[in-house]
Write a protein that binds this ligand. Structure first.
Ligand SMILES: [Mn+2]
Length: 352
């Protein structure tokens, strides 16, 4: 298990120099942000990220994310060009030394929360999801003032309504078929380039606004891996996304898919499940619903040796910045993950 940290490029308030000082930190997880979704990334932009990362003494082997154009998810005729662009991105990233690409296949909304700065009793703030607030919002009504934080700012109100409307006739079966078509286009290229593709689970792992969502639970993850049964077609195991449903036993899923060799990247964070949704919490097991030690131990016991990163942190110590992606609480999460990892490694070694 190797520790990594997400970095949003030169506009990120968190610097590479700060990240490098976190004990055990090996690599940066980042992306090219200056290109519209669906276009080919320039070799120059990729090279700049690699250069900055390596100058800071960190490795450049994981990309999060190469986003998937909506036309691919919708199965429009234009998807073939976007899939070809995606393949070209895989080739260019492999040339630069990238070994793993994280992506997701969620219609329209990458992730959904109802508040990004919800105060917790200890004075920190975190991202939360309350069902009753989601139900007040209808993205099909362009005259509604209600929006949710994190909605893609690249869409105007009307564009958002239009893209959501295009999904109204798309069933889960259609989305599965479009995902399969996409995988059949990209996985042979990934295999040829030695790149592991790692799909992120839907966040949260249920349907929102009537939009289909399929990367949600064990049954569907099993189906996903069989769509193209190749080791390069694997998972980003996101504990927080799977863990906001009590139906998902995250430690069990970690063990199962690690043993199959199909986990290529892991997001470690904790959530507290509530009757009406969930709250993101500190990484420590006792702060939320997930047994983080059981998850890390399951990964170690089953031979997972890829990258993990602390996922969203709370805002603490007065830090301001990108919600979920401050320095301090994610660094605390990294330190905690180091401890879990060392304990799990030593426990496994003592049983051999
Ligand atoms: Mn995640």
């Amino acid at each position: 298990m190797k520790l990594s940290f997400r970095w949003y490029g030169q506009d990120d308030k968190v610097t590479l120099e700060q990240i490098r000082q976190i004990p055990g930190m090996e690599a940066i997880v980042t992306a090219v942000y200056d290109v519209p979704v669906g276009e080919v990334w320039s070799r120059e932009s990729i090279g700049k990220l690699k250069e900055l990362t390596e100058q800071a003494g960190l490795k450049f082997e994981v990309i999060e994310s190469v986003p998937v154009h909506e036309d691919i998810k919708l199965g429009k005729p234009s998807r073939d060009q976007y899939i070809e662009n995606y393949c070209e991105n895989i080739r260019r990233l492999a040339e630069a030394g990238i070994r793993c690409i994280c992506y997701n296949f969620m219609p329209v909304f990458d992730w959904t929360r109802t508040q990004l700065d919800h105060p917790l009793p200890d004075g920190s703030t975190s991202l939360v999801y309350y069902q009753e607030q989601v139900e007040q919002v209808d993205p099909l009504k362009s005259d509604s003032d209600l929006t949710l934080p994190g909605w893609d700012a690249s869409y105007s109100r009307e564009e958002l309504r239009d893209v959501v409307a295009q999904y109204q006739s798309l069933t889960e079966e259609d989305l599965w078929a479009n995902l399969k078509y996409f995988l059949e286009g990209i996985i042979p290229v990934a295999a040829e380039c030695g790149v592991n593709m790692a799909i992120h689970q839907d966040d949260p792992c249920w349907s929102i606004f009537g939009l289909p969502r399929i990367i949600t639970d064990e049954q569907n993850l099993d189906c996903f891996l069989k769509l193209v049964d190749d080791p390069h077609n694997g998972l980003t195991l996101c504990c927080g996304s799977l863990g906001c449903s009590a139906k998902n036993d995250v430690a069990k899923l970690a063990a199962k898919y690690a043993e199959m060799g199909r986990i290529h990247f892991v997001h470690l964070r904790n959530v507290q499940i509530l009757p009406n949704g969930f709250e993101e919490r500190a990484h420590l097991s006792s702060c939320g619903s997930l047994d983080m030690y059981a998850i890390v131990k399951a990964l170690v016991e089953n031979g997972f040796d890829g990258y993990v990163r602390p996922d969203h942190g709370r805002m603490i110590w007065g830090e301001t910045g990108r919600a979920g992606y401050g320095l301090y609480d994610r660094a605390l999460g990294a330190a905690y993950i180091n401890g879990l990892f060392e304990a799990a490694e030593k426990e496994c070694a003592s049983h051999k």
